[in-house]
Design a protein around this ligand. Sequence first.
Ligand code: ADP
Ligand code: MG
Ligand code: MG
Ligand code: MG
Ligand code: MG
Ligand code: MG
Length: 719
Amino acid sequence: MGLLALGTPLPWSEAKKHADYVREHGIEQLLHIWNRLKDRTGDRLLWGDEIEYLVISYDDEGKNARLSLRQTEILQDLQADAQERRDAGSGKGKEACIPVFHPEYGRYMLESTPGAPYGATLEDLLLVEGNMRFRRKLAKSRMKPHEVPLTLTSFPRLGAPGQFTDPYYPPGGGVARSLFLPDEVINQHVRFPTLTANIRRRRGSKVAINMPVFFDEKTPRPFIDPTVPRDRDEWPEDKNAREGAALDDHIYLDAMGFGMGCCCLQLTFQACSVGEARRMWDVIAGSVDDRTPEERGLEPLKHDRFRIPKSRYDSVDCYIADTPSNRPEYNDNDMPIDTAIRDRLVSRGMDQLLATHFAHLFIRDPIVIFEETMCQDDEKSSDHFENIQSTNWQTVRFKPPPPGSPIGWRVEFRSMEVQLTDYENAAFSVFIVLLTRAIMTLGLNFYLPISKVDENMHRAHRRDAINTQRFFFRKNLFDPKPGHPCDPGLDTNPAFTTASSSASASAPPPTHSNGNGHAREPSSASDCPSLPVTACSSHAPSRAPSPSAYSSPSTAPSSATSPPSSFGPVEDEYAEFTLAELINGSTRPEHGGDFPGLIGVVRRYLAGLDVSDEVRRGIERSLELVRRRADGSLVTLATYIRRFVRAHPQYQGDSVVSQEINYDLVRALDQIERGDRDAPDLLPAGWRDEYERDAGSGAFARCCGDVLGEAPLGGAKVD
Ligand code: ADP
Ligand code: MG
Ligand code: MG
Ligand code: MG
Ligand code: MG
Ligand code: MG
């Protein structure tokens, strides 16, 4: 969640007076970074994940599952534990093995990241699942016997009547003024309540989210949510609900916690240069909607600067790659920008495209300003810049290097849902890593008008979207062909290195970070997959992808024989695909006849590499999940949960998930995660076998076992 500076936060009435100042200096700070580091190149591919957890607290007697509000205590213990491991010195050179835990918005949430980012070896992919499981185990070890970390997007009874937190607090409080959530669910660090209150104050009302109710056989029509206390009159905002904010046939949510209190899975990649980071970008709301009525288009613009179509938390708005294949036509979103900021960036050396992106982010006001940190050295700090950058919660984030750190240009993928098991979290992470490498290495083109990406996001939101929706996607991914005048000319990392090839390289590895921005020496552990030391070949001029990627017939692009693209009408470039077609491939004529699917793309990429059996097995394990979720032979967790609730003996067919149903559901999910309950419709048979193997002799155990003192995964079961 960005910066956690300590200090005195300004109330909105004060903060808004300083908005221009923060923007002004934020841009100055960005320009310092840009002008110092725009030509920086040779960084290694580094990447890492972030996983968020709900902390569940069981009340077995009362048959209730609640959210434990012990974030602070659990984090303190986890951080002390990590420090002890570091002090013990056994982890020298193996910092990657000591996970980092972070606070999150919800006081019932935790976030974890690996101790250091992974590198560009395929062998590193084998560490991912073990690392995630170890993080879960550590988190669990600092919880009480009745508590458990659960990777579930949202808690089913968040804001429902009754006791859904431990300890119990009644709904309300001056910060969020929610009809459903107590302020006590918010992380108590002053930044979070301030963020919450200032969004409400800036907007002029509480946020309003209306989720369509799931109509079942006995759900009353129209559905008027009986849990909304329409007659409460404690705060001026209480009238929002009865004056139209709460819609019929919907569940009405009125606080930031309903969005920021959800869990997700994020991946951040460090690219070898700013150019590579910008190209990586093309791969892939309501809870913090701070827009005023004028900005939302409900009233004519009088006090505010822009009409803004989207919340601060929404899908990404523009492509930023500086390559010919990124045609201007693709950036077709209605995207307000601060033209003065754009012009200032351009006049100081930034190109139009990137300047436009930042000028769009900077239409927003800073929400939280700390009195003590107002004056900054713009050459050494990026706090004002980050203030606005990190409160634009888009699906993709382009992260400039922090001043004075060894960290390079990064891209963060933020659109993924967290999965119940670390097998699944690792599978989706591995898949995205491989896909980005395939795109960069094979020089693939995934562009389509960005308004279609928005439309895809809307469609993906619908119930059972996997089976019912089609999604816009580019038909010819190999367009333009390498060597064509429009070839982007990659100066990318030469794909993945294998452990053996990287070990033989001689360049000293740069330092990397623990994810908190603290630089430290890289691992040199002998039996760990060696971290890659092959930097990208710096300023290489436009060239085709590495020969190995195309050398075998199986890796040649399917369009190798078709004429070079002449960039015809944009509308001819894309079509609608089911998710199965998109992931697993399609031979339909309307898809171009030979669409490889995203898994097909990954396979072509892998075919050009030397892959060990162990790595291949690991990758196949990941691809199986992605393939089967897409083709519908495995269901999503959302479907699993709906089926579970509807089959529950207590369920009345009226859309109500009672406390007891919720308890049984959470228990069941927890049992699946531990391997104590089969879920063959959700997970592939034998999904735990490799898992068990990894506990004893797998890559993670080999790499980190000795650092952790005991068998890292504690025998057969993660409990
Ligand atoms: P935020 O919450 O700001 O998105 P986090 O620190 O929680 O950031 O997570 C950052 C992730 O990025 C971690 O998984 C980390 O391993 C990964 N990462 C990728 N590249 C780098 C890099 N060069 N330095 C540090 N972390 C990196
Ligand atoms: Mg987070
Ligand atoms: Mg963060
Ligand atoms: Mg984070
Ligand atoms: Mg979050
Ligand atoms: Mg993040």
